[in-house]
Design a protein around this ligand. Structure first.
Ligand code: SF4
Length: 426
């Protein structure tokens, strides 16, 4: 029997699909990249913006149309909130952000009964992290390792805490076991992921074992691991133990994605973000005192309802002052159920215009950052090979994308490359 997996949105969704892939393969199922051939389709979509919801609906309809007889499973943030809609428009099995471990059994049940299944916990405040197997497919360079789920902040524009629930940490033992397994399988890079990884450990025992402690343990236990990276982090979670990991372990990547969202303290307050622009800047200084050339990338929202033109200009100035290496730019998207939804939305053209200016700034900052490394020799971990063109692609520790002409596939190899304008691939 063939299966097809598809995820939209964050790395947590692709990680969950990777685990499911492993489980299906172990059960003797065969993966296909053609949904029309599959008898089981699992879709793990996103709900972070209204556009993401729309895309999720489109994909459910598309997969239903392409493979009318397949068992269509939909799980994740979108269906936690829109489970009835997901079922009505074509999903056979609907899960929210829990019970994912039960998918194989639910598929068997559906095959027998042929009745739609909806298994969504309305109250998603959970005490414990839901274990969901271990991921260890061979022959790869980068693996995602999920360490927590949920979020305890309620940023005024964000729906995630409503659909993912409160923060739950995976146990230290379980994370370390998976890290060891990944290293044994030959993975060169591990990316620590979760919904808000800065909350790691708060719910474990006395709450004193936090993200920095976990990263230290992973690196100490796996001295052959080439690179450890973390996904997005809030500046308020950068504490002494985290900073000491950056200082003590060269294998810890020279790239941090530190969420900013706005460079105006006034807007940050209205967004209910847990830091001020000044605090963000202080954290940057502490990080750069240890790794002066580290790449700091970020997310920023343009056109939050209360953002004035003056606030926006302040935000642009602040981002420039921070010498960010790249900004992921998002125009504000109102999400029903959040506090910000009750505020008057700015006209679409204002949001579009501000976002375009933010993108321009990001392009400039990116070029400025890259320029600092032209002529320098950097370690590149190769991840992809374009056979037709004979080009291998890989990333440096500070997440510069590099391409080199190679007769053979360099996948999984680490090579020193002189970084130039010509081989910069982004
Ligand atoms: S920190 Fe804020 S933006 Fe991030 S998931 Fe939590 S509530 Fe949403």
């Amino acid at each position: 029997m063939k299966f097809y997996l598809f995820s939209l949105g964050c790395k947590v969704n692709s990680y969950e699909n990777d685990l499911l892939r492993e489980e299906f393969l172990q059960k003797g199922l065969i993966e296909t990249d053609k949904p029309e051939e599959a008898m089981i389709i699992v879709l793990n979509p996103c709900s972070v913006t209204s556009t993401a919801d729309q895309k999720s609906r489109q994909h459910i309809r598309k997969f239903r149309r392409l493979s009318p007889k397949a068992i269509l499973v939909v799980m994740g943030c979108y269906s936690q909130k829109n489970f009835l809609e997901a079922s009505t428009i074509g999903a056979d099995i609907v899960l929210g952000t829990s019970h994912r471990k039960e998918i194989p059994a639910l598929i068997v049940r559906f095959e027998k009964e042929r009745k739609p299944i909806i298994l969504v916990d309305k109250d998603n405040r959970k005490e414990k992290y839901e274990e969901f197997g271990s991921f260890a497919l061979p022959d790869n360079t980068r693996a995602y390792l999920k360490i927590q789920d949920g979020c305890n902040y309620f940023c005024s524009y964000c729906l995630i805490p409503f659909v993912r629930g409160n923060s739950r940490s995976r146990s230290r033992e379980s994370v370390l076991r998976e890290a060891r397994l990944l290293v044994e399988k030959g993975y060169k890079e591990i990316v620590i992921t979760g919904i808000e990884i800065g909350f790691y450990g708060l719910d474990l025992s006395d709450g004193s074992y936090r993200l920095g402690n976990l990263l230290r343990d992973i690196l100490e236990e796996n001295p052959t691991l080439f690179r450890l990276r973390v996904s997005s982090l809030n500046p308020s979670e950068v504490d002494d133990s985290f900073l000491s990991v950056i200082r003590d372990f060269p294998a810890f990547s020279s790239h941090l994605h530190l969420s900013l969202q706005s460079g105006s303290t006034k807007v940050l307050k209205e967004m209910k973000r847990p830091y001020t622009a000044e605090e963000y800047y202080e954290k940057l200084q502490l990080i750069r005192a240890i790794r002066p050339e580290i790449a700091i990338t970020t997310d920023m929202i343009s056109g939050f309802p209360s953002e004035t033109e003056k606030d926006f200009l302040e935000s642009l100035d602040f981002a420039e002052k921070c010498h960010l290496a790249e900004i992921h730019c998002f125009p504000y998207s109102p999400r029903k159920g959040t506090f910000a939804y009750t505020l008057k939305d700015l006209p679409a053209e204002v949001k579009k215009n501000r976002n375009a200016r933010l993108i321009d700034l990001s392009k400039k900052l990116r070029e400025d950052y890259k320029e600092k490394f032209y002529g320098k020799e950097l370690d590149v971990l190769f991840e992809e090979y374009d056979e037709k063109k004979g080009i291998s692609y890989g990333h440096t520790s500070n997440f510069l994308l590099v391409k080199v002409t190679s007769k053979s596939n360099l996948h999984g190899q680490v090579k020193k490359v002189a970084y130039t304008k010509e081989n910069a691939a982004d």
